[in-house]
Design a protein around this ligand. Structure first.
Ligand SMILES: [Zn+2]
Ligand SMILES: [Zn+2]
Ligand SMILES: [Zn+2]
Ligand SMILES: [Zn+2]
Ligand SMILES: [Zn+2]
Length: 630
């Protein structure tokens, strides 16, 4: 046995190494057990909005392991169990079933049967089922499953070898053989659907941290052999919420409020909406009444939306986007705090800028930088083999396994992170005019038909709202290209940036405000702070330049014309002109599984006018003109 310290970063205890996830650590393989194995000293993490939505009492986070001696004393993190338990010696090729009683703290299993004391390696294939169970493949049965003779079929010996034959390649070359009767079978075809069921194997109905004797469910799902590292072994189900303070208290009768509503510009300010004139009125009112501009803005918001405000609570329990959208799109509508601090800025475009920039400016109605946001991300459970189909009662999709596999859980594992971000809102009038164009509507309806047929429909509609609007696909694609561009410009790598798309459709008559914006933020830092790189990119002149560059680069994909012409014929593909080469992001960035993406709605093609087509055309003409200059 070899001595070794095994460590997992705290954030990773939610994703990707949260309950049910497989952890590959220097050649060893483990799976994270359910929350019954969490230590009692797990720290509480506050997020009242998320707790209400998920109907749990608490969130808890794995404690940070102190460096030094104390860490050795007790186990402090979630528990990981070795999986798969079938290991083999890379040297003598003997296979060994490494049961819990052979485990020794901080030691790697080594081969006791050959001279080299080699560290044993885990078998590459395991079995999972759609009910979320996972187990070792019965390798004894596999080795004997092609046997002709009676003696071999009756052989009950567990002495197996995992050999590689040099004459062939791939799975053909890998064979599990019985060391006693010499029966054997190579791994060719092991990934075929239902191959284990055809051998008469069943799902034992357990998770690796459960014992088959006490805790097995009866499971009818056919077990499927998959590679340990395959993407369909584990689909974590996470939820996240930004901290949004309660709305600022504004009392009608205080003196400042009275001064503002009696100001001669107040009626004009109310009427002007988000026009540049409104900014002037707000500035003037704020100056003369000696209050911050945000206060004036918040007051207007409160007055104009008083009627609808009363209908918020019903929806906002389930739909966290409502409060987030309000807090981001109107800075000052909630008081800044040490977990949420935003301020309005602008693109910095005036009449001397080129036409492309001016067109961009007229499409963007608000730019807000977030100096500080706090996000809580919680793990609800996971599925295996297939992603969950959401809340719908469809027969398709993996069944969700809760983080507590025995009882209804009162708490969920969670992690809090701090970061910064940039929020952009798109001009609502222009957007709704664009959305009414028949070509844009028809195009989006075709995507929606695929969405309806998809087993992911319920889950994705949690983000898009009941009806998929063109703005959702357009803004989502904008968010992806924004993240890609920012990763070049800001010093953050793409995987540490996240998106929030605010483009939900609401049920008719809900009275909820229309959403049209994207928020790109980091969620990697601890309470100490962030690089400040995103906030810098959100200031003039950087942001306008970034946006122009991303629109320009969104026109091209190295996979064109294939990518541009994609019609998304396969049901699984909910994207149109969007692929790995141009638009998709690491999965941690994306709220909706890298789906509902389409460059066409962003920049346009022959028939479909993309929302930003005018900006792109102007930019193209400007660069063509620039070449001709003497
Ligand atoms: Zn060996
Ligand atoms: Zn045998
Ligand atoms: Zn099962
Ligand atoms: Zn592409
Ligand atoms: Zn996305």
């Amino acid at each position: 046995m070899r001595n070794i310290r095994r460590k997992v970063r705290r954030a990773q205890t939610i994703v990707p190494f949260g309950v049910g996830g497989i952890l590959d650590l220097r050649g060893e393989s483990f799976v994270a057990g359910d929350i019954r194995g969490w230590p009692g000293n797990a720290e509480l993490v506050e997020s009242p909005r998320l707790a209400r939505k998920l109907k749990v009492a608490q969130f808890r986070s794995a404690p940070v392991i102190p460096s030094g001696k104390a860490a050795h004393a007790t186990r402090v993190g979630p528990s990981y169990v070795r999986f798969p338990k079938w290991l083999f010696c890379p040297k003598c090729r003997e296979m060994q079933l490494w049961l819990t009683d052979r485990e020794m703290r901080d030691k790697q299993p080594t081969c006791g049967r050959c001279a080299g004391k080699s560290t044993l390696a885990p078998m590459r294939f395991i079995q999972v089922c759609r009910a979320g169970h996972m187990a070792d493949i019965d390798w004894r049965r596999w080795a004997h499953s092609r046997s002709e003779g009676h003696a071999q079929r009756q052989c009950q010996v567990d002495r197996l070898r995992f050999v590689a034959t040099p004459e062939s390649s791939g799975l053909d070359a890998l064979r599990v053989i019985c060391a006693v009767c010499r029966a054997g079978r190579n791994l060719a075809g092991i990934s075929q659907k239902n191959i284990l069921q055809k051998m008469g194997l069943q799902c034992p109905g357990t998770h690796p941290w459960q014992s088959e004797a006490d805790e097995a469910d009866s499971c009818e799902e056919p077990p499927q052999a998959v590679q340990r590292g395959a993407s369909n072994v584990y689909f974590p189900i996470t939820h996240s919420a930004l901290d949004i303070p309660e709305p600022s208290e504004l009392t009608e009768d205080d003196e400042a409020t009275q001064n503002i509503v009696n100001h001669r510009f107040w009626p004009y300010y109310i009427d002007e909406g988000d026009s540049p004139m409104a900014d002037h009125f707000r500035e003037a009112i704020a100056e003369e009444c000696e209050v911050p501009e945000q206060f004036v803005e918040a007051l207007r918001r409160r007055q104009t939306e008083e009627a609808t405000a009363t209908s918020y609570p019903d929806h906002s329990e389930d739909d966290l986007s409502i409060a987030e959208w309000t807090a981001l799109s109107v800075p000052g509508s909630v008081a800044n705090s040490d977990t949420f601090s935003v301020r309005r800025t602008h693109l910095g475009i005036d009449h001397e800028h080129p036409e492309s920039m001016r067109k961009l400016d007229s499409n963007i109605s608000a730019v807000v930088v977030a100096d500080r946001v706090r996000e809580v991300r919680a793990l609800e459970g996971f599925t295996r083999y297939e992603p969950s189909s959401g809340d719908g009662e469809g027969s398709e999709g993996g069944r969700i396994v809760s983080v507590d596999t025995r009882s209804r859980t009162q708490w969920l594992p969670a992690i809090e992170t701090y970061g910064e971000g940039i929020f952009i809102a798109v001009d609502e009038d222009r957007l709704s005019t664009w959305e009414r164009l028949p070509s844009v509507r028809d195009w989006t309806e075709r995507i929606e038909r695929n969405l309806t047929a998809s087993y992911k429909a319920d889950r994705l509609r949690e983000k898009s709202g009941p009806k998929l609007l063109p703005r959702f696909v357009m803004l989502h694609t904008l968010a992806h290209h924004f993240i890609r561009q920012l990763s070049y410009d800001s010093g953050y790598n793409a995987a540490s940036l996240r998106e929030r798309v605010y483009a939900r459709s609401h049920a008719p008559g809900s009275g909820l405000p229309a959403q049209a914006g994207v928020f790109v933020y980091t969620a990697a830092g601890d309470a100490e702070g962030t690089l400040g790189g995103l906030v810098r990119q959100g200031q003039p002149p950087n942001l306008a330049e970034t946006l122009i560059r991303l629109l320009e680069s969104a026109q091209w994909c190295s996979q064109d014309p294939l990518c541009a012409d994609s019609t998304g014929r396969s049901l699984a593909n909910l994207n149109r002109a969007a692929c790995h080469a141009c638009t998709l992001l690491p999965e941690t960035c994306c709220e909706v599984d890298n789906s509902l993406l389409d460059r066409t709605l962003l920049i346009g093609d022959g028939e479909i006018p993309g929302f930003f087509r005018g900006v792109i055309q102007a930019a193209l003409e400007e660069s063509a003109g620039a070449v001709e200059l003497p």
